[in-house]
Design a protein. Structure first.
Length: 377
């Protein structure tokens, strides 16, 4: 008796219907809450794009905001200006990210493209717009392009256009303009000596614990555990519209516990006794005049004087994180350990903060020679 072999069964979609057409494109549809079949107004290049459209419809149903795609299409704003406003309003973003997107739209994207119908924005239009952006500000240029690409990707998913017209290779990334040279131990000591006493611990934690300014400015007494020697990063403060806004750290990985190097513990105790706010919610680095959050613009005045005195006028406060990454890496810390300490969610971000310390290459060369000499003994 010959056993029957079962053919490979096609995997069913968890929601919706997707089928591959003879044209090699994908058609997506689903049964809506009105018990009617609704199809995407356009077909998709890839299965991933088709599934993305179906997933977006499912989110609308789950959130209770669903209306038939045909009705949305009929009432959808035709211009990029209106669509971008609707796109931004629909997003759940951190306050500072929302402010950045709004600024990029108002300053870089909408003045040139806002009045155009979304369907009229083709690859040639995007290339011409991109070439007109200020090449002297590569980071802002890359951010603007990446945002436009993301918004038009949403328009593709929504069926307003059949394909994303953003095809400028490498436009969404930029080379670092500011070449970072981590502070040496001697330079760090000189900065600490030159800066006002109330800011010394901020500099030391910024370097040895690789903390961001927004994380430091929101630290409170209850976030410091001197018994086990750690700092608990749970929040960060940013300035949005001229006002401080307390929220989560930059990423989910930013929520972390950071061990304090033991040699800093006496400095932490002294700072808590002399400069921190009162009570468990007292800020570690309160503003002198108001007792509220220290503004980066206020701190920057003292920082610039101190770094100039140390002979490092190029050093930004954020660059101290690179110093922290260097010394942590030299202890033999793994990439995963560096990611945890710096609060990074991807290896790529952590790798950006690794540098060769001054004279380290010469030390490696000496060790290589020592290996050869031992073989000939």
């Amino acid at each position: 008796m010959v056993a029957k072999t079962k053919g490979k069964r096609k995997q069913r979609e968890p929601f919706g219907r997707i089928r591959k057409l003879p044209s090699e494109r994908y058609q997506a549809a689903y049964i809506g809450p009105d018990v009617r079949l609704h199809k995407a107004s356009a077909t998709f290049d890839t299965l991933v794009d088709a599934r993305g459209w179906v997933a977006g419809e499912r989110r609308r149903i789950d959130a209770g905001t669903w209306t038939a795609p045909e009705r949305r299409q009929a009432s959808r704003p035709a211009t990029l200006d209106a669509y971008a406003d609707a796109w931004l309003a629909d997003r759940t973003l951190r306050p500072r990210t929302r402010e950045l997107y709004r600024r990029l739209l108002d300053q870089k994207i909408l003045p040139s493209l806002g009045g155009l119908p979304v369907a009229a924005i083709d690859p040639a239009t995007v290339r011409q717009w991109y070439s007109g952006l200020d090449s002297a500000a590569p980071t802002r240029r890359a951010h603007a392009y990446a945002l436009l690409r993301t918004i038009l990707g949403g328009a593709t998913t929504d069926g307003l256009i059949t394909a994303n017209p953003c095809h400028v290779r490498g436009a969404g990334s930029s080379k670092r303009v500011h070449k970072i040279k981590p502070a040496s131990f001697a330079e760090l000591e000189a900065i600490v000596e030159a800066i006002p006493d109330r800011y010394r611990l901020m500099v030391l934690l910024g370097a040895w614990c690789a903390l961001r300014f927004g994380e430091l400015a929101e630290l409170r007494r209850r976030d410091v555990d001197l018994k086990v020697g750690k700092i608990m990063i749970r929040r960060a403060v940013t300035v949005v519209g001229g006002r401080p806004v307390v929220g989560l750290p930059k990423s989910d990985a930013g929520i972390r516990d950071v061990a304090i190097p033991p040699h800093l513990l006496p400095v932490v105790r002294e700072h808590l006794a002399s400069f921190a706010g009162w009570g468990k919610d007292g800020l570690l680095f309160p503003a002198v005049t108001t007792g509220g959050h220290l503004r980066e613009s206020t701190f920057r005045k003292a920082w610039h004087k101190a770094r100039d005195a140390a002979g490092r006028p190029d050093l930004r406060f954020h660059d101290l994180r690179h110093t922290g990454a260097v010394v942590a890496a030299q202890t033999g810390a793994t990439l995963a350990e560096l990611m945890s300490r710096l609060g990074h969610s991807t290896p790529a971000m952590a790798i950006r903060y690794q540098h060769a310390a001054q004279d380290r290459d010469a030390e490696i060369a000496k060790l290589l020679s020592a290996m050869v000499e031992r073989r000939h003994v």
